[in-house]
Design a binder for this molecule. Sequence first.
Ligand SMILES: Nc1nc2c(c(=O)[nH]1)N[C@H]1C(S)=C(S)[C@@H](COP(=O)(O)OP(=O)(O)OC[C@H]3O[C@@H](n4cnc5c(=O)[nH]c(N)nc54)[C@H](O)[C@@H]3O)O[C@H]1N2
Ligand SMILES: Nc1nc2c(c(=O)[nH]1)N[C@H]1C(S)=C(S)[C@@H](COP(=O)(O)OP(=O)(O)OC[C@H]3O[C@@H](n4cnc5c(=O)[nH]c(N)nc54)[C@H](O)[C@@H]3O)O[C@H]1N2
Ligand code: SF4
Ligand SMILES: [Mo]
Length: 670
Amino acid sequence: MRARATCPLDCPDACSLLLTLEEGRLVRVEGDPAHPITRGFACKKTYRYPERAQKRLLYPLRRVGRKGEGRFVQVSWEEALDEIAQRLMEVLDREGGEAVLPYHYAGTMGLVENQHPLAFFRAIGASELLETICATAGGAAWEMTYGARVGPDPEEIPGNARYILLWGINSLATHSHLTPFLKEARHRGAKVVHIDPYANATSRFADEHIRLRPGTDAALAYALAHVLFREGLVDRAYLQEAALGLEEFEEAARAWPPKRASALTGVPEEVILRLARELGEAKRVFLRVGYGMTRHPGGGNSLRAVVLLPALLGSWRYPGCGALLSTSGAFPLNKRFLGGRHLLEGHPPKGYFRPNPKARAINMNQLGTALTELSPPIRALFVFNSNPLVVAPNTARVKEGLSREDLFTVVLEQVMTETARYADFVLPATLFYEHPDLYTSYGHYYLSWNEPLSPPEGEARPNTWVFRELARRLGLEEPTLYWTAEEVAQSLLDTDHPYLQGITLERLKREGFVRLNLPRPFLPFAQGPVRFSPPPEVIPTHPEPGYPLILLTPPAKSFLNTTYGPVEALKEAEGGEPRLLVHPLDAEPRGLTEGVYAVIRSRWGQVVRRVHLTEAPIPGTVVLEGTWWEGDAPDGRGINHLTSEKLTDLGGGSTFHATAVEVEPIRFAQ
Ligand SMILES: Nc1nc2c(c(=O)[nH]1)N[C@H]1C(S)=C(S)[C@@H](COP(=O)(O)OP(=O)(O)OC[C@H]3O[C@@H](n4cnc5c(=O)[nH]c(N)nc54)[C@H](O)[C@@H]3O)O[C@H]1N2
Ligand SMILES: Nc1nc2c(c(=O)[nH]1)N[C@H]1C(S)=C(S)[C@@H](COP(=O)(O)OP(=O)(O)OC[C@H]3O[C@@H](n4cnc5c(=O)[nH]c(N)nc54)[C@H](O)[C@@H]3O)O[C@H]1N2
Ligand code: SF4
Ligand SMILES: [Mo]
C-alpha cells in the first residue's frame, strides 16, 4: 500500500510524504510530487524513518529497577492505566492539581496529539507548562513588531526578491524545502547572503557569508539602519504610511555608526557599509530569520532589530519580500476548545476534580529547578512528545529531579529514550501514520490532514486515547476530553475567517493538503503597521570570567532534535560522535589539536568531546552541532549538561547558544 501522510516532525517544511506500508509496517518514505512545497523530495532524515520505526516500543512497561537504570517488565494496558489513575488520585486528593505537571513539546506537530492531551490536565487543575523551549522569544519579538506571525509566501520569492538574507538560520539543514525557491531566485538574479557566527551548509550555498559574534545581531542591524538613514536609502513613503515610532528608532540607530558596531560584532566596517548599500539599492529583500539568534539573553531584542530592516527598505510592498520568521499566524483556527483552553476561562466546576484557571505556570526551560526546588512540589509528572532529559537545559538538575523516589513519572513514548528510562510507567505511542491528525506549518501556507493508514502495531496507542482512558477512570465529565480527533478538527475549523473559507474536514480528507485562501500576491504588511518603538536594545552575549568562549549548539542536518537519535546511519552521517568545532586561533593557545578529546566546562557542568579544528566559527566561538543522545557521547553526557536555565529578554525563551565555556585537552595521568 502506498498513501499520503504529512511528516509530523518539528520542522517548518511540514512535508507531504508518500508512504509505502507492507503488512502495516513502514518500508519506504518518498516526497510527494503533488505538494507545491515538498516538490517530490523528503529529507535525508525522514527517508530513514522506517529504521527508526523498527526501534519502537510496542507494550506498556512498568519499572522494576532503579530510576534511570532502564529495567522494566511488560504489563497490560488495564494494569498500567488502573495503577496510574490510582496514583494520580492519591496525589490529587492529598496535594491538589498543582502537584501534577505535564511536560510535552513537539515530537508530533499534529494539533490533536500535540495539544489535546492538555484538556485532561486542565480538567484536573494541573500546573500549566509554558511551552517556551523553542519559539516564544522570537514569537514575542515578532508580535511586538508586526503582530500576526506571517510573512512573505515562499512560493512568491523567485522572480520578485532581488536580495536574500538568511540571518541566524542554517536553512539548508533545517528548512531544506526553502532551497529550491532560493535557487530559482538566484537563477533570476538575486544575491544570497548568510549571516551566522559559523560557516555551515547555508554559508557554502550563499554568495557571501558574514560572520558575526553570537548575540550581537542588534548592533549589526542598527549599523545597517544607520547607513540606510544617513545615505537616504530608506523608503520614506512606505515609512510615512506604515511606521509607528520611527523617530525614536532613528535616534537609536544614530548611536551605531558602522565603526562602533564593527568593534562589537566582529564584522568589518567596510562589509557593513557595502551590505547596507546593496540592500538599499535592491529594496526587494527577502529576509529569512531563524530562531538561532533568539537563543540568547538579548535574543528577542536582536530579532526585533533585524526584522525591522525590510520595513526600512519598503520591501513589504513587493511580493515574496519582507521578513519571515514563521507562517504559523496565518492559520486562523478556532483553538478555544483545543486542549481544553476554555477550562482556563473559569468554567463552572463540575465533579470532584476541578479545573483551576489560576494554576501556577512552570517555564519548561526550568524543569530542573521545578522538579528539585518548587514548593509545594511536583509529585506526578507526565511526559509526552518530548525528551527532556536530553533537550532541556541543565541536565544535571533535570536528572536530579527525575531521580526523586517521591516523584511518580509516566512517559508516553515511541522509543526507549533516556528520559523514559526514569519513568515508573512507559506507555507505547502510535506513529504518525497510525493516528488521525490535523497539521499546520511554520514554513508555508498549507493545512493538511492525516488519515490513519494502518492499525497501531503491537499495543501502541495515541496520546489522546491514554488521557481519555485516565479521564474515565477519574470520573471526569468534561465533554471535550472525550472528543475524537475528527471532533477536535471540526471544532478547529469552525470559524468564519476568510483564510479558511471552503476548507472543511471532508475536503482535507479528500485532498490531503489544502492551501489557505490567502490573497495572491500575499502582501501582509504592505501598509504596515510596523512598530519601531520602543527601539530594540542591544544586549550582547558575553563570555564570563574563567569561561572565555561562547558555545553554540545548533541543530544537525541529519537529526531532528533527538528524534532520529536511534538511527545508526544518521549518526554515521554526522561523523559517528558529536564533535566540537574549534577555530585554530582558539585551539593553539589551549594546546588543542585535531582529533583529541577535550573537556568543555561551563558554570553548570562539563562534558568530553572530540575536537575538530576548522575555520568555520568566528574566533571566540565554538560549535557543537546536534542534540545527540547521551549514550552517543564519549562520556555519556548530553550537551545540555553545559547549558543554563537562564531565560531570554522577551517570551521566557531558552538561551542554548549563549553558554560561556572553557575548553582544555584531557591530560591523561602518566
Ligand atoms: N535537520 C534539522 N532540521 C531541523 C531541526 C533539527 O534538529 N535538525 N530542528 C527543528 C527545530 S525544532 C527548529 S526550532 C528549527 C531550528 O530553527 P533555527 O534555530 O532557526 O535553527 P537553524 O536553522 O539551525 O539556525 C540556527 C543558526 O543560528 C545560528 N546562531 C546562533 N546564535 C546566533 C546569533 O547570535 N546570531 C546569528 N545571526 N546566528 C546565530 C547558529 O549558528 C545556526 O547556524 O529547525 C527545525 N529543523
Ligand atoms: N542544546 C540545545 N538544546 C536544545 C536545542 C538546541 O538547539 N540546543 N533545541 C531546542 C529546540 S528548538 C527544541 S524544539 C527542543 C525539542 O525538544 P523535543 O520536542 O523534546 O524534541 P525531541 O528531542 O525530538 O523529542 C520528541 C520526542 O517525542 C516523541 N514522540 C513523537 N511523536 C510522538 C507521539 O505522537 N506521542 C508521544 N507520546 N511521543 C511522541 C519522540 O519519540 C521523541 O522522543 O529541544 C531544544 N533543546
Ligand atoms: S523533517 Fe522536515 S524536511 Fe524532513 S520530511 Fe519532515 S517536514 Fe520534510
Ligand atoms: Mo525548535
